[in-house]
Design a protein. Structure first.
Length: 533
């Protein structure tokens, strides 16, 4: 945790997120209040769908900017775009323009928002030096989420009471413009910009999910939880005004209760840092989010409802940290922003669906039954797929730290992010070579790549010595990359401890990553020059 706070780039990115999340929550409360005042409960549901459907459809395409340009620049651009859109919405509200003008500005704002969270979550692996630091950054992100759910609605209620919804958007415009300019100072590890078409690039996130069933399962739960939160946003307004008679501040207070719980849960989630198994905490989060929401149906007064929603916020923090960390460990780094873009699109759609269905369910089944359905749906599903959740956890288990450190010391793998190196390290095979053992023989087919952990090997060609390699050096890549027979013989000078990676995993790691491809080109140029000499 200290390493996260002391890192200037991580600190600045998290600070920007700390400004972004409360303003995001505040603007959503402001627009729901505006819609409720404009046309009642029905208008609130319609407005939620109208605002979120365009964002849901465009999110996978908008979020790919995080994989098509340096992610820290994409993050700054997303904040600046939000500042502009929030300013336009504030002007429409302050000038009392027709509601269509307000909603157009809000739609543009929510579309811009879809790029922020995917880019933020995908830049963290580039800035973090270790898996523990990445988990800590995710835990701090979750803490900020909880803080936002707490402070955002309270700030929204205060500003709406003072000047009306326009003030919320005006403050958001100024704050995010400032943070967008500040994030320009962040410097993450360099990456190549892809040259694929916008449509093809966006669809790569869907292709990655098709290849990884564990990631699909995680996204399914994230989408389901977002639908519950969307329903809860509407239900808290109805509960505050129609059931508990809490007055104008009621929705903000109930939403803030979830945020307070989120802060407590995020503090507890710090205990997850460094853990390889996250499935128990993931399932715990699903249950602790849902059951208290269902129990709100039994609440007899505001205090009970506030306490129950606070407990749900604790579970949400555990769920968020584990789901994000598992997804970052499971998905290839170079399509991570696009996968989170798919998640953002699904989340927007789920938020719209939950917001639209909640009023219908309230009218059809009543407020109490709607709280029970919203709360118990995901815990029930989790019980049925518990074995699959455990398998995702096993597949994403952390590798041996020594193997990770060994790979980090090689120029080919050093540019990869923590999640990518973890995946490579999990596929390493230990090989012990006695003195005089021929590890690879000139002219034979190439099937594996090798890194030396201990000892020395001698490289020769046509019987002539070429070089001696020691700990941290590697060999065997030329035959794999050029699809040719082995170009040299490698013999153990003494006892040697090696780590080996098969052809498929090696090629997937070094050619599937733009950063790895750049490093690989440099290594190949040097090796070819050495052989020519």
């Amino acid at each position: 945790m200290a390493a996260v706070v002391q890192d200037r780039s991580l600190r600045l990115v998290l600070l920007a997120f700390a400004i972004f999340r409360p303003t995001e929550s505040a603007q959503w409360i402001a627009i729901l209040v505006y819609a409720y005042r404009d046309g009642g409960t029905g208008a609130m549901g319609v407005a939620a769908v109208a605002l979120l459907v365009p964002a849901a459809l465009l999110a996978p395409f908008v979020a790919q900017i995080g994989d098509r340009m340096p992610r820290e620049r994409a993050l700054a651009l997303s904040y600046l775009a939000q500042g502009l859109a929030a300013g336009l919405t504030a002007i429409a509200l302050a000038a009392d323009l027709p509601s269509a003008s307000v909603y157009v500005g809000a739609v543009i704002l929510n579309v811009a928002i879809t790029a922020t969270r995917p880019t933020h979550l995908s830049v963290l692996p580039e800035l973090a030096d270790t898996p523990a630091q990445l988990t800590a950054a995710n835990a701090l992100t979750s803490s900020l989420e909880g803080f936002a759910i707490f402070i955002g609605p309270l700030l929204a209620g205060l500003m709406i009471a003072l000047r009306g919804p326009w003030l919320v958007f005006a403050v958001m415009a100024v704050a995010l413009t400032v943070m967008g300019l500040a994030v320009l100072a962040v410097h993450a590890r360099s990456r190549l910009v892809t040259t694929s078409s916008p449509t093809g690039g966006a669809l790569e996130g869907f292709r990655e999910l098709r290849r990884r069933p564990g990631a699909r399962l995680l996204l399914g739960f994230v989408t389901g939880q977002t639908a519950v939160i969307g329903a809860l946003d509407v239900l808290t307004v109805i509960l505050a005004y129609g059931v508990l008679s809490m007055g104008p501040a009621g929705p903000g207070v109930l939403s803030a209760a979830v945020g307070v719980g989120g802060l407590l849960g995020a503090a507890a989630a710090m205990t997850l840092i460094g853990r390889s198994r996250l499935a128990p905490a993931f399932v715990l989060g699903v249950v602790v989010v849902g059951v208290p929401i269902a129990l709100v149906a039994l609440a007899q007064g505001p205090l009970t409802a506030i306490l129950l929603l606070g407990v749900a916020g604790i579970g949400k923090s555990f769920f968020d940290v584990t789901a994000r960390t598992l997804l970052q460990r499971t998905v290839d780094d170079d399509v991570l922003a696009r996968v989170f873009g798919v998640q953002e699109g699904l989340a927007m759609a789920a938020l719209a669906l939950g917001s639209a269905l909640a009023p219908i369910f309230v009218v059809t089944f009543g407020v109490d039954a709607t709280f029970v359905l919203a709360g118990l749906s995901l815990p029930v599903v989790a019980l049925f797929v518990l074995r699959r959740i455990r398998s995702v956890d096993r597949d994403a288990q952390l590798a041996d730290p020594a193997d990770v450190a060994l790979l980090r010391g090689t120029p080919i793998f050093e540019p990869l992010g923590p999640a990518s190196i973890e995946r490579v390290a999990r596929n390493l095979v230990s090989i012990d070579a006695d003195p005089g053992t021929i590890v690879i023989r000139e002219g034979e087919p190439g099937d594996r790549f090798y890194v030396i952990e201990e000892g020395e090997v001698e490289v020769s060609r046509h019987g002539e010595p070429l070089a001696k390699l020691g700990p941290g050096d590697f060999f065997g890549e030329i035959a794999l990359l050029r699809n040719v027979p082995r170009t040299a013989t490698v013999t153990a000078s003494g006892f040697a401890s090696l780590r080996s990676l098969d052809r498929a995993h090696f090629l997937a790691a070094v050619t599937g990553s733009p950063a790895g491809a750049v490093a690989l080109a440099d290594v190949m140029d040097r090796r070819i020059a050495e052989h020519d000499d």
